[in-house]
Every structure is written in C-alpha cells, then in structure tokens.
Design a protein around this ligand. Structure first.
Ligand SMILES: Nc1ncnc2c1ncn2[C@@H]1O[C@H](COP(=O)(O)OP(=O)(O)OP(=O)(O)O)[C@@H](O)[C@H]1O
Ligand SMILES: [Mg+2]
Length: 398
C-alpha cells in the first residue's frame, strides 16, 4: 500500500479493513497527539479502542521533513519492550511498514506522569518501578547478556540517524555552542548564560567528552527520550511510550533523563505550587529511584548468568554499575541544561509566567546542571538532593 497520512474517515476505514472492528460497528477516529513529531489517533468502537501512531513525512508541528524510519525503530522497540518488560509498555498489535503506522494498546486509563506531578498527584512506587524498567530493558542488550555478533548485527540495523542527530545537536552541542542560533534564553539572562555557559572552557570540554561518549559508547539499546511526558501511570503501574529516539548509547543517558525530569517536577512543586508536602514526596521518589537502580542492577547481575568469561567478573560488574550511575549524573545535567536554555523546553518551565521567578529557577538549573556535568563523580558520595538544595538556597540568597 502506498504511504498516506490517515484522517478521521480513512482511519476508520483502515481499522475495519484490519478487522479491528465489525464492519457495521460505529467507530470514531480522533487525533489526540500533543507532541511535535507524530500523529496519534484513537480508534474507538462500541466495546474496544486502539491507538494508531503514524510518522508522516513532515513533522506535526513545524512541517519540517524528518525520516519516517523513526517509526520502524519505535515499532521494533515496542516489540522488544513487550518481550523484555511486558508490564511496562503498551501492547504492540501490529506495525504497518508501508503506512509507518503502529497499532497499539490504548492506555486510556493511565495518566501522563509530568502532568500528574504538576497537579500534585503522586502514585506509590512509581520511581521504584521506573528503576526496575530501566535495568530490565537496558541490561539484556549489553555485552553482558547478548552474543557479541548478534549485537553487532542489531547495532547495524538500528541506524536512527535523524533522531540521533537531533539529540547530538539539541542536547549535546547547542546548549554549549549556539551555532544554529536556536537557543531560547529567558529575557534578562542573556549575559548570565554567555558568562556561565558559552565562555566556560571547562564546561565545553566536559560537553565534548559526553558527546563523544554518547556517540561512541554503545553500551545498550536505550529509549533515548525517557522524560516524564513519555511515562504513563496509574495506581500500581507504569507504562513507557515513545521510544522513537532509540539507539545504542550509554545506559546513563536514559537514567539521567528520568532523574532530570524528576528535578523539574521538584522545582515546580517548590516554586510554583509552593507545596512542601509535594516537594518532600518528590525528594523521596528521587531517592527511591536511585536506590531502585542500585538494587535492580545488583539483583539482575546476581540472577542472570553471564556467559562470557571475561565479563563474568564481580569487580568488573561493580565498576560498570558505578560507571552507569556516574554517567546518570552527567546526562542528568545535560538534560536539565538543554531544557533550560535550549530550543525544546518542558512545561514546568514554560508555564512560569512571573519573569523574576523564571530567572531564579533558570539560575538554579544552570548552576546545578553545571555541577552535575563537571563533577558527576562527587554525587557518588554526596547526596544529589542536598546539592540541589544548596544551589536553591544560594540563588535565593543572591
Ligand atoms: N498507547 C497510548 N495510549 C493512550 N494515549 C497515547 C498512547 N500513545 C500516545 N498517546 C497520547 O498521544 C500523546 C503523544 O504521544 P507520543 O509522545 O508518543 O507522540 P510524539 O508525536 O512522538 O510526541 P513527541 O513530540 O513528544 O515526541 C501522548 O502524550 C498521549 O497523550
Ligand atoms: Mg516522540
């Protein structure tokens, strides 16, 4: 079938042709996407509903062209998650390669974690489950658990060039060197950013090291965009969506994305909602996330046998876990900074209307992220929440 972007009518017709509904059933098709990149349709019949996610030739928001290959990768990843971590992902029903269309489970009774944190709604065990998801989805594609030749083949299959280029530019380059002039800096902070970011040679060096690491250190098949808007929750459950940025890259990239977005939730609860209880709750969830990672990594390595005799070495395993965690802090800093001064923001920041408050929040994030990027090892012994609180206090005092 030739490629064509669905609409309300063709969506229903297509769903019926795939026998998802009875031919005489009353079915509606509604575009519910809220993202920049793809189209998401909800197909609702009399008893059942499905989600179709389709990659058009042009971006949903800017109408700029982007390789549709991203949906092949997302379908591959959903299928992989369905096998490695079935409770953590929507079920993939089928993938139509011609239409670049995924048909998947409708998570109608789940809520977007970013919105839930912003509304002060918390679910017990969310970050413990997130830690578990990270470990169980990441370790199977490492050198510890995958035949090295199969791994090489898989790596050559997962060539997510366009999406990797976005990450390499928007996250790993432009916040430090604004060579495309796309950074969006809060009014009044232009000089501050120039002095503290663009003119900081040591920071640029660390950014180069981390970009090199992202490109060269193909530790595992990562999600690549694991922010709280890609996490859906309900009591006792977590589901991960949107793995279209997946690539072989450092494990710490996924871990750091989750951690950074928990800090956005924390700042929002503190500075906008002024909720002491909310802030305390998120601080606890951050601690639980970090503990859950350590526990899940250790348990996984203990339970699952490592075949390769070189890698089946407890000292090597312990060192590797430490490296994953150190990288988490570095990439957490990269995510915090790019959302603060880069082109692609988060709701927790863009909804702050008061300019003074926004400047203050940006300054906290700039200093805290620099700290994470330049000395990630220090957080292996210093509590990361204490460090955040230190910057929070320092900026408030100035
Ligand atoms: N399986 C699902 N069940 C229910 N709703 C979903 C599902 N998948 C996506 N959605 C809805 O569609 C929205 C956009 O989905 P998604 O983030 O996958 O799209 P995207 O175009 O890749 O977005 P982005 O620009 O953030 O990358 C989600 O926030 C959610 O509201
Ligand atoms: Mg997406």
């Amino acid at each position: 079938m030739d490629y064509k972007l669905l609409d309300k009518e063709s969506g229903v017709e297509y769903a019926k042709s795939k026998k998802l509904f009875q031919s005489d059933e009353k079915v509606t098709c509604q575009e519910i996407g809220d993202g920049n990149i793809n189209y998401v349709f909800r197909l609702k019949g009399e008893k059942k509903s499905y989600i179709f996610k389709q990659a058009d030739e042009l971006l949903r928001s800017s109408q700029r062209p982007l390789s549709q290959n991203r949906m092949d990768i997302e379908a591959f990843m959903l299928n992989y998650y369905n096998k490695s971590t079935p409770n953590f992902s929507p079920k993939l029903y089928f993938y139509d390669r011609d239409l670049k269309l995924i048909a998947m489970e409708d998570l109608f009774d789940y809520k977007n974690l970013r919105h839930e944190y912003m509304n002060g709604n918390f679910y017990q065990g969310t970050t413990k489950r997130l830690g578990e998801f990270c470990v169980k989805s990441l370790l199977p594609t490492t050198i510890f658990y995958m035949d090295l030749n199969k791994r090489r083949k898989l790596q050559s299959m997962i060539c997510n060039e366009d999406m990797c280029n976005i990450t390499e530019d928007l996250v790993l380059t432009e916040p430090f060197i604004d060579y495309k002039k796309r950074n969006v800096i809060t009014e009044g902070l232009e000089k501050y950013v120039e002095e503290n970011i663009y003119n900081d040679r040591n920071l640029q060096l660390r950014a180069a090291v981390l970009k090199e690491k992202f490109v060269n250190d193909k530790q595992a098949l990562i999600h690549g965009d694991l922010h709280t808007g890609s996490i859906f929750v309900k009591e006792g459950e977590v589901k991960i969506i949107d793995p279209e940025f997946a690539t072989f890259a450092p494990i710490g990239y996924d871990l750091g994305n989750v951690l950074a977005n928990l800090f956005f939730a924390l700042l929002y609860n503190e500075e906008v909602l002024k909720s002491v209880d909310g802030a305390n709750e998120i601080k606890q969830q951050i601690e639980i996330f970090i503990k859950s990672l350590y526990r899940s990594f250790t348990e996984y390595f203990k339970k699952k046998k490592i075949i390769d005799p070189s890698f089946n070495n407890s000292n090597f395993i312990n060192k590797t876990i430490q490296d994953y965690m150190t990288d988490m802090y570095s990439f957490c800093g990269m995510e915090l900074l790019r959302r603060t001064i880069g082109d692609s923001k988060v709701l927790e920041l863009t909804t702050i209307e008061d300019l003074n408050k926004r400047q203050m929040v940006d300054k906290i994030l700039i200093n805290f992220s620099k700290n994470l990027i330049t000395s990630p090892e220090s957080f292996m012994s210093t509590n990361v929440i204490k460090a955040y609180e230190g910057w929070h206090k320092a900026i408030n005092l100035i």
